[in-house]
Design a protein around this ligand. Structure first.
Ligand code: 5GP
Length: 110
């Protein structure tokens, strides 16, 4: 069975999508641990931090900056990567969290 994130990318499982390109999807976390909690998920799957290409990590960082700019919180967010410890889904992704930016959070309508 494919990862829950692959199913989200393939629209087999619904999610609130904030940003979607050929290489990355940004969605709302279903169980937010901050007022604003997004997941930045590369479309190319890798299990953990070490297996992830440097180009992919760069693309995820660039996406975080883009998301922060869109939300007007370029200097007010945090990124978390769980690697084994606290990692529920074995598919590398960034958690993007803030207590601001909610006023600009608009999801893509399917
Ligand atoms: P991890 O613990 O692997 O770093 O993070 C996985 C995250 O995915 C958790 O914060 C969890 O709430 C979120 N999550 C798990 N299942 C789903 C789902 O079906 N949809 C969405 N949008 N988020 C999910």
């Amino acid at each position: 069975m494919s990862s829950i994130f692959t199913q989200i990318i393939n629209r087999e499982i619904p999610s609130k999508i904030f940003h979607d390109t050929d290489s990355v999807i940004v969605i709302a976390d279903i169980n937010p641990k901050a007022p604003l909690h997004l997941l930045i998920i590369p479309k190319e799957e890798s299990k953990n931090f070490y297996e992830t290409k440097i180009e992919t990590l760069q693309m995820l960082s660039d996406t975080a900056k883009l998301v922060a700019d869109k939300l007007g919180i370029a200097d007010h967010f945090k990124i978390l990567i769980n690697n084994g410890l606290g990692q529920e889904i074995p598919y590398l992704h960034f958690h993007f969290m803030s207590d601001k930016g909610l006023n600009k959070l608009k999801f893509i309508e399917d």
